[in-house]
Design a protein around this ligand. Structure first.
Ligand code: FES
Length: 512
């Protein structure tokens, strides 16, 4: 195993150190062009790389900050307090990785030092061996599902082969090959990157479990377990392996893999390195900052998503600047936002690929469509020349299950509302929400519930409190809402699946 190494990333001579102003200083290493932030406090100097933890954006001074300790990311406007190295927006979220600031007693110089733990994939290195033509094949099946054949082994990644994801919001854009389920059930192992239902697809696993309940499935040891819903789902899988991060898992003498965590969502997101006879494949899947930016260079193949993160923003928002239809073409703010986001995403992916220099880069994991008729025109009616690669989705099978929740006995009792939010346990945050159950078109449902929840003390007032508070109005499709409540599911189904509409005052992101 290689040992930890330290590297001086920037050195300032004594006169430059004396010229540092109190508070924030931006510095650039003239040799490699990398940028750093140095914070000069009363009795301590702190420093970090000028790179946002979200998607690597550059920080600039925050003109709204009167303290002189906060910088603002130019990409999506996260804010970082460099006096504490805590991100202040989103609040209570992340810590910036800090560099050692070493001030010399002898010559007054300052060195910023990065401590680098050894890269785990360098453990027990293997020489790249020559391969026969066809010894490794990688086949795209759907969305984020790839089949990797290496030697005589078959691995599958993130199989979503049937049914919707996020309740009824996302549907496959491509028809999988007719033998896809056979291939899946013949796999030697399956890797599932995270719990989102376009990667962990219970409808797919239900089919699979009937054929091969003991198929080996591997997931990372995230603090929010990937298979948290398995028991409730009724799917019978008996060979799920939760493995530690950064440790090679040997499949046979030639094939091994290693699961790595995401730097932004370490609690739930993972990525993968597969190595066969010394040749490496890096699959960063949906990670926002895979392995916190430390990744192998020059791999044979790199795959990553090319979608901008699962989110209902801004499609599911209305009022204020979002006023108008959900459809991006009918709201210029949304249209501009999406256009800019796409540019940023392309830029970010380009930078990542340029810096890692894989031999082949394959973008994937963005192939879904809002196929259900009630979403199709509202969200993203595709442009005229778009090729539709699938034209039937068996909506009823899956919607019947959601609709069955609406009349569940438990919803006859209004006290369920208090019980549910107490069970969820979120409180101590100055936010009041109004929840309205709606039909498919987000019109309040006759006989549906409408109520307020005050998360400061987890009360359920009839009117909004007098005090200053953040407020959100959330219209939820009744079938998805009740299915989520009944099963203790995630609100991701509502929000990422475009099954709600929201307005908020003030118009800010809440994170706790
Ligand atoms: S907020 Fe900094 S990259 Fe997104």
């Amino acid at each position: 195993m290689t040992s930890q190494v330290s590297k001086t990333v920037l050195r300032l001579e004594a006169e430059d150190v004396q010229a540092l102003k109190d508070g924030i200083n931006f510095k650039r290493n003239p040799e490699d062009g990398k940028c750093y932030i140095i914070y000069k406090g009363k009795d301590k100097i702190r420093a970090c790389v000028n790179q946002c933890k979200h998607q690597g954006g550059l920080f600039i001074e925050d003109i709204e900050d009167l303290d002189g300790s906060t910088v603002r990311c130019t990409k999506h406007y996260w804010k970082l307090n460099v006096a504490t190295m805590e991100y202040v927006n989103p609040p209570d979220s992340f810590m910036q990785d800090e560099l050692e600031a070493v001030l010399s007693d002898t010559d007054g110089s300052l060195e910023l030092v990065e401590l680098n733990p050894p890269d785990p994939w360098t453990a027990e290195p293997r020489e790249a061996q020559e391969l026969r033509a066809g010894e490794i094949t990688l086949t795209y099946l759907t969305h984020a599902c790839m089949e990797l054949k290496a030697g005589n082994k078959r691995m599958m990644f993130d199989p979503w082969l049937t049914g919707p994801a996020f309740a009824r919001g996302w549907w496959l854009l491509h028809e999988p090959p007719s033998d896809a389920m056979d291939r899946l059930s013949q796999a030697d192992l399956i890797y599932i990157s995270h719990m989102h239902s376009d990667h962990l697809s219970y409808p797919t696993l239900k089919h699979l479990s009937k054929r091969r309940p003991d198929i080996p499935i591997y997931v990372g040891d995230t603090s929010r377990p990937v298979f948290w819903y398995l028991e409730k789902s009724g799917v019978n899988l008996t060979n799920i392996n939760v493995v530690p991060f950064g440790v090679w898992q040997n499949v046979d003498e030639h094939l091994r893999f290693m699961i790595l965590m995401d730097g932004v969502h370490p609690e739930m997101d993972t990525c993968l390195i597969v190595e066969y006879k010394g040749h490496m494949i890096l699959n960063t899947v949906d990670c926002t900052r895979p392995n916190n930016g430390r990744l192998p260079h020059g791999v044979d193949l790199m795959m990553s998503d090319f979608a901008g993160g699962a989110s209902g923003f801004p499609m599911a928002f209305h009022d204020g600047k979002y006023t108008g239809e959900s459809h991006i073409a009918l709201n210029s703010w949304k249209a501009d936002f999406i256009k800019t986001e796409r540019k940023k995403l392309l830029h970010y992916k380009t930078q990542l690929v340029k810096s890692l220099q894989p031999k082949i880069y394959c973008p994937f994991a963005g192939y879904f469509t809002e196929a259900h008729p009630s979403d199709r025109s509202a969200i993203t009616e595709p442009p005229n020349d778009t090729k539709i690669l699938k034209d039937s989705w068996d909506f009823d099978l899956y919607l019947d299950e959601l609709n069955a929740s609406v009349s569940a006995e438990i919803f006859k009792y209004k006290s369920l509302i208090q019980y549910y939010y107490n069970w969820a346990g979120f409180k101590g945050y100055n936010l009041v929400i109004r929840v309205i159950e709606t039909d498919d078109d987000f019109k309040p449902l006759k006989g549906g519930y409408e109520y307020l929840v005050d998360f400061l003390d987890l009360s359920f007032p009839d009117v909004r409190p007098e005090r200053d508070h953040a407020y959100e109005e959330i219209k939820n499709r009744v079938n998805v809402m009740r299915h989520v409540v009944l099963n203790g599911g995630l609100w991701d189904d509502l929000y990422i699946g475009f099954n709600n509409r929201m307005s908020r005052d003030p118009d800010v992101y809440h994170h706790k």
